[in-house]
Design a binder for this molecule. Structure first.
Ligand SMILES: Nc1nc2c(ncn2[C@@H]2O[C@H](COP(=O)(O)OP(=O)(O)O)[C@@H](O)[C@H]2O)c(=O)[nH]1
Ligand SMILES: [Mg+2]
Ligand SMILES: [Zn+2]
Length: 322
């Protein structure tokens, strides 16, 4: 298998690239206007200078692109090929803006460290962002060696993340790695999402077999990790597939994520249609409500909070446009 095939090159991407003049490549890492790009001729540095690009989509890690075929110039991004999936969050610095994290992940793995209790609100928020991307979703429970009954955590996670595959790992002991590798079958791309310190880099290193990602001791006292690695880098996994870390995330804000909300709270969304649209019911004790009483009250409360957050964002965007 060529390095580009190891990163998921297939007939589909090659056909899309054929409509462009340039050669197919996949963005491995982006930093300050330059991309590391894997091509059929190996890895090259490409400027993403928008002057020469045909569109103004800024490439992110995981993007499939074509590289402008100009022999006299340094290589540049010609076109960012239409993304199959895209992980987007609300920009933590600039709240009225979206920040794109990873393109073309097949699976988004939301990672929770079992050195602390699963935080339902946090897990669900990450799941909203994960589902919104369009990828499949997995919840990866890390550091299971620290728990006497990790299967109970798995049950809890499954209840908080309907539709997601739940995987239990203890990467330092090499446990659960086969289950993660199964997510990577057919050269799929897995994007890890989760706060610092949960064990993402340790898991990647265990899968890859070498120290490709710096890991950091969790600070004493709290379980927050330091932000050791900031670059989002796509790395091939020896037994197939590729994996990308999203370091340095404290909290994740959903962005225009109504589909993600519906998927992350699928059991509530299914009932929601029965009364919200017919009776304009907000499931707060109205008579004949199909939702309240039939779903977990904590999940309902968090679902409604997130719906309000998204509705506020919609209003905000509408105001800005007018
Ligand atoms: N006990 C235990 N600790 C782990 C495991 N995986 C990671 N850690 C520790 O958790 C801390 C943060 O891990 P790291 O991979 O850097 O987290 P990241 O910020 O999500 O990339 C480090 O001190 C790791 O040694 C595990 O499977 N078991
Ligand atoms: Mg890390
Ligand atoms: Zn209702």
């Amino acid at each position: 298998m060529t390095p580009l095939e190891a990163l998921g090159a297939n007939q589909r991407w090659r056909e899309l690239a054929q409509h462009q003049a340039g050669a197919l490549g996949r963005v491995v890492q982006v930093d300050r206007g330059e991309c590391e790009v894997m091509t059929d001729d190996g890895q090259i540095r490409v400027t993403s200078d928008s002057q020469r690009a045909q569109d103004d989509v800024a490439p992110v890690t995981g993007d499939w692109i074509t590289v402008a075929p100009d022999p006299d110039d340094s290589p540049a991004v010609e076109q960012v090929l239409e993304r199959r999936t895209l992980v987007v969050r609300r920009d933590p610095a600039e709240h009225a803006r979206a920040q794109t994290l990873v393109a073309n992940a097949d699976v988004v793995g939301v990672v929770c460290g079992l050195d602390r209790r699963i935080n339902p609100a946090q897990l669900e928020r990450f799941c909203v962002v994960a589902w919104q991307s369009g990828a499949a979703v997995a919840v990866i429970l890390a550091k299971a060696d620290l728990r006497r009954h990790p299967e109970r955590d798995a049950d809890k996670a499954a209840a908080l993340a309907p539709g997601a595959t739940v995987v239990v790992t203890a990467a330092l002991r090499g446990e659960g790695l086969d289950e993660v590798a199964a997510l990577l079958e057919e050269n799929r791309t897995l994007a890890l999402l989760g706060p610092s310190g949960v064990g993402k880099s340790t898991l990647i290193n265990a899968l890859v077999g070498t120290e490709v990602q710096a890991t950091q001791e969790v600070r004493g006292g709290d379980a927050k990790g330091r932000h050791t690695t900031i670059a989002r880098r796509l790395v091939p996994v020896p037994h197939g597939g590729s994996i990308v870390d999203t370091p340095g995330i404290r909290a994740v804000g959903p962005w225009d994520a109504w589909d993600g909300l519906a998927a992350a709270y699928a059991e509530i969304d299914a009932l929601d249609h029965e009364c919200r649209f017919a009776e304009n019911c907000w499931h707060q004790g109205e008579p004949d409500c199909a939702v309240a009483g039939n779903v977990d009250p904590g999940r309902l409360r968090r679902y409604l909070e997130l719906a309000e957050e998204l509705a506020d964002q919609d209003l905000d965007r509408a105001r800005r446009r007018s």
